[in-house]
Design a protein around this ligand. Structure first.
Ligand code: GDP
Ligand code: IMO
Ligand code: MG
Length: 422
């Protein structure tokens, strides 16, 4: 069987968690392939609202197996808190949550390095979630990292000490006060809990599962515009958020990939620093932020809001090979006077329809098409045939522009507020 991939096409927070949860009943296995606790994936059902950071969004399904892949970085402290949250909701995670031995560990000193690096950057800071993501992936590619499988080795503590000593040397180069020791007890207590989890060689597990005809959904974190290679560098995260990341982050061969589901909001948001050509600095931006409750699921920071950006979406669709689109948060735009869609940019005086190398500064100006908005509360609607004409027209317009079908229109945060467009 093929492995389907679900990922964000914008700057994250598109609603990946919600849709993975909705789709899980069709899959035997849900596998996270990159990122770490910088992610916040929100699920709402039966009156419960739950935010996951490291654990895949299929965990609430009674039987689906959930895998944290080798491409993910894990903070044991946050992971422990996530498990405690699941325990309260009577989720039996022991039997259905497996962790790749090759996933890397976030150490307390990685978080300190993240904070020190951001502090040193001053006004040029990335706006990192300060979860230690960048420094942990740096140690991975620098071949210094600690992995989940190392926890099982007799010399784990001395490996830990060796790495922390390296970090202390680095930290001493920054004008930054720190106390690693104060953070260590909680970390090691959380490692003890991690040890009780089921570790696997996820590439082998998945290869067998695919042979056995199991359906696998690979769940991405962040969004394509935050990808380390293809995002708005350097204002990006430190992993490959694009579809190729599912291959390297799980050990799945490219020819095993089936559908690539690309999720996008009917408008656009960004949290943290970096260019955002269609950002709204006026009251419309504030209105979208309020209507969409656009505050970060991980850090609580307000999300910057703006209009949908088609050149950026086309770029993301192309890089990922998206086969099906899913449009989120259509309900948020209800009752706006009109909707604007950025179709081109004016870039250094020229009209272009692609995302150029450098979109920082004043060299880029969005060119908009203005469409009529729907004046209907969508949140109780369940069928495409119930949707107002203006929204159907918006969906049809985007499908034509993006040359890809929109198969889901989401009209609210709850599992049930999901309209299939077959
Ligand atoms: P993720 O990181 O991609 O999983 O997305 P987040 O959970 O960080 O952010 C999406 C937010 O929008 C969450 O608060 C969701 O509950 C909410 N949400 C998802 N889909 C919809 C929708 O169609 N309408 C509205 N109003 N909210 C939605
Ligand atoms: P989900 O999976 C939105 C952003 C941060 C910052 C940049 C780098 O919930 O969509 P990092 O902590 O990775 O070093 O931060 O990336 N960022 C996200 N923005 N959603 C996310 O995840 C994000 N994860 C990281 O705000 O700008
Ligand atoms: Mg999120």
């Amino acid at each position: 069987m093929a492995v389907d991939v679900l990922l964000g096409l914008q700057w994250g927070d598109e609603g990946k968690g919600k849709i993975v949860d909705v789709l899980t009943s069709k899959y035997d296995i849900i596998a996270r392939f990159q990122g770490g606790p910088n992610a916040g994936h929100t699920l709402e059902f039966d009156g419960i609202k739950h935010v996951l950071h490291t654990i895949p969004s299929g965990i609430f399904h009674p039987t689906a197996i959930n895998i944290i892949g080798n491409g993910v970085v894990i903070d044991p402290i946050i992971f422990k808190k996530e498990l405690e949250g699941l325990k309260k909701l009577n989720v039996n995670f022991k039997e259905k949550l497996f962790i790749s031995r090759k996933a890397h560990l976030i150490l307390p000193s990685h978080k300190l390095l993240d904070a020190a690096s951001e502090h040193a950057k001053g006004k040029d800071k990335i706006g990192s979630t300060l979860k230690g993501i960048g420094p942990t992936y740096m140690d991975k590619t620098g071949r210094n990292g600690l992995r989940i499988g190392d926890i099982e080795l007799p010399d784990f503590t001395s490996r830990y000490t060796k790495l922390v000593n390296k970090h202390k040397q680095l930290l001493n180069h920054f004008d930054f006060e720190y106390d690693v020791e104060a953070m260590e007890k909680e970390w090691f207590d959380s490692i003890d809990l991690l040890k009780e989890m089921h570790f696997i060689d996820s590439e082998q597990y998945l290869a067998q599962a695919i042979k056995d005809g199991k359906n696998v959904l690979a769940e991405g974190a962040q969004g394509s515009l935050l990808d380390i290679d293809f995002g708005t560098y350097p204002f990006v995260t430190s992993s490959n958020t694009v579809a190729a990341g599912a291959c390297t982050g799980l050990g799945i061969a490219p020819n095993k990939i089936g559908d690539v589901f690309g999720i996008f909001k009917a408008y656009l948001t960004r949290v943290g620093s970096g260019p955002f050509p269609t950002e709204l600095h006026d009251t419309t931006g504030v209105d979208i932020q309020k209507a969409g409750n656009e505050f970060g699921a991980t850090t609580g920071r307000p999300r910057r809001c703006g209009w949908i950006d088609l050149p950026a979406l086309k770029y993301a669709i192309n890089v990922n090979g998206v086969t099906k689109l899913m449009m989120m948060k259509a309900d948020v735009l209800s009752n706006f006077p009109t909707i604007k869609v950025c179709t081109h940019y004016k870039y250094n005086g020229e009209i272009i329809d692609y995302l150029p190398y450098n979109i920082e500064g004043d060299n880029i100006e969005p060119i908009y098409n203005e469409l009529p908005c729907w004046k209907v509360d969508l949140t109780g609607l369940t069928d495409m045939s119930d949707l107002p004409k203006e929204l159907i027209d918006y969906v049809t317009y985007l499908e034509k522009e993006l040359e890809t079908p929109i198969t889901i229109v989401s009209v609210g945060p709850d599992r049930t507020q999901t309209i299939l467009n077959n």
